[in-house]
Design a protein around this ligand. Structure first.
Ligand SMILES: Cc1cc2nc3c(=O)[nH]c(=O)nc-3n(C[C@H](O)[C@H](O)[C@H](O)COP(=O)(O)OP(=O)(O)OC[C@H]3O[C@@H](n4cnc5c(N)ncnc54)[C@H](O)[C@@H]3O)c2cc1C
Length: 424
């Protein structure tokens, strides 16, 4: 049986590897190019940053083309990895089980999550690798009753040099990303093509028969698996005349910035602990996007900048067009919860000796899902009934709502379950 998997991120690479293990002849089609971490020194950009001459967030895509940053509304920027490995290549390596939304519809992915944690070597960063301020903020969060805990990470700490630049790619290869599964796939005889943007699914006689690459080249298959992420999968479905839902969520991130001279927070792995509240998490983090491109962050040097990230479970109100255009804005309810969360982030910093001016960072979202939501009645089949025969989805699009938690492990677990269901 021939399977085509569209997208090479967490869901796609995991599904592809599993299908190959089960005897399928697998081809992965990835729109982006092979990934290279950004190792060039950014010293030249410092004076431009201070003078406000770096331009907008779009500059980041010019300097680092694997990271796409674009606005989906006046104040929200969406970030995704368009490259081999998808968003995993630019992730910070957090490997948290964010499966509450799926449990809510009766889907228990515990076996897949456990299996993946073993394969990825998930472990927390020991406290002696945290910066002193990060440890102090953990203790103060604990004293405030916020029950912080060390973040599980898919990072080989023996190889991690604590450069703090995970989002620009891991220069030492310490951080897991889904390219490792693609290497396994190739050893199993599978094929990986980059620069192969799928434009639509070929449906004939009510059945998926393959895909079109670049609008022209037809690639035939018995099984088509869309794993192009919450945006990419929805765009391909709509371009194929299929009804992806206008229920995109993105896990809105807002980093609250404070100041402590010599904090040097970048010199540790990001987000080494987190505390989970109703609908959001808080975690220590220097937001690279805000540091470089957000005017209110301009006046403080990175060595003195302190950040606590709010990652918010946003309402699923976004839409994706057939051409990939995204519309997504914050709702009033999102804004109200963000205000509470950001006040708490500031409280943790103040209790730890961090001072102002406290400034909010750029609103951004980088966990895209919800456009092909599973319902309770779809759990056994692992696909909504409106998909034509032979067409599957194996990425975060399947998750009906945002949880404000890391999503990489969840997308991979979905890839595993979908691949096993296909094989069965
Ligand atoms: C900066 C950043 C940091 C993050 N850090 C973490 C973290 O620490 N922990 C965590 O759990 N999560 C993190 N995430 C989120 C996590 O990486 C993603 O949610 C997860 O990878 C989603 O998996 P996916 O398979 O749904 O999509 P993706 O990983 O986005 O993969 C989709 C792939 O499809 C490709 N594609 C899109 N359209 C097409 C097309 N038409 N044809 C062919 N290919 C296409 C894309 O180029 C991409 O490679 C982060 C995200 C970002 C942006």
């Amino acid at each position: 049986m021939r399977a085509v998997v569209v997208g090479s991120g967490a869901g796609g690479a995991t599904a592809a590897r599993e299908l190959a293990e089960r005897g399928f002849e697998v081809t992965v089609l990835e729109a982006g190019d092979p990934f290279k971490p950004l190792t060039r020194t950014l010293g030249w950009a410092r004076p431009l940053r201070r003078a406000g001459l770096l331009g907008s967030e779009r500059t980041i895509t010019r300097v680092f083309p694997h990271m796409e940053a674009r606005r989906s509304s006046e104040d929200l920027v969406l970030v995704r990895g368009v490259t081999l490995g998808g968003c995993t290549a630019i992730s910070t390596g957090n490997a948290v089980r964010g499966d509450g939304a799926l449990r809510g519809i009766g889907l228990d992915l515990t076996p897949e999550l456990e299996e993946l944690e073993g394969r990825l070597g998930v472990a927390a960063v020991p406290r002696d690798r945290w910066r002193p301020l990060t440890a102090r903020m953990f203790d103060e969060a604990e004293a405030l009753g916020l029950v912080p805990r060390p973040t599980p990470k898919a990072v080989d700490l023996g190889r991690c040099v604590s450069c703090g630049m995970c989002e620009l790619g891991c220069a030492t290869g310490a951080k897991w990303d889904s390219r490792r599964f693609l290497e396994d796939l190739q050893r199993l005889g599978g094929t990986v093509r980059t620069g192969a943007a799928v434009t639509s699914v070929v449906v004939e006689g009510g059945r998926a028969r393959g895909v079109l690459v670049g609008g022209r080249e037809r690639v035939d298959a018995d099984v088509v698996v869309l794993a192009a992420g919450g945006i990419g999968t929805a765009a391909v479905l709509k371009a194929s005349g299929l009804p992806a839902r206008d229920s995109l969520w993105v896990d809105v991130v807002l980093t609250v910035g404070g100041v402590l001279e010599g904090a040097r927070m970048l010199e540790e792995p990001p987000m080494v602990w987190y505390t989970s509240r109703e609908g959001y998490i808080l975690s220590p983090y220097i937001d690279v996007l805000s540091h470089w491109f957000h005017p209110p962050w301009r006046d403080v040097a990175v060595e003195d900048r302190v950040g606590v990230m709010v990652k918010l479970a946003d309402e699923a109100t976004g839409s994706v067009g057939a051409d990939g255009t995204v519309r997504k804005a914050l709702t009033e309810a999102d804004r109200a919860r963000l205000r509470d969360a950001s006040a708490l982030a500031r409280r943790v910093m103040e209790a730890s000796g961090v001072h102002g001016p406290f400034v909010e960072g750029m609103l951004n979202g980088g966990h895209m899902g919800g456009t092909v939501p599973l319902a309770r009645e779809d759990v056994a089949a692992m696909r909504p009934p409106w998909l034509p025969e032979g067409l599957w989805v194996a990425d975060l699009s399947l998750v009906p709502r945002s949880q404000g938690l890391p999503t990489m492990l969840l997308a991979a677990a979905l890839g595993l379950r979908v691949a096993r269901t296909i094989a069965r």
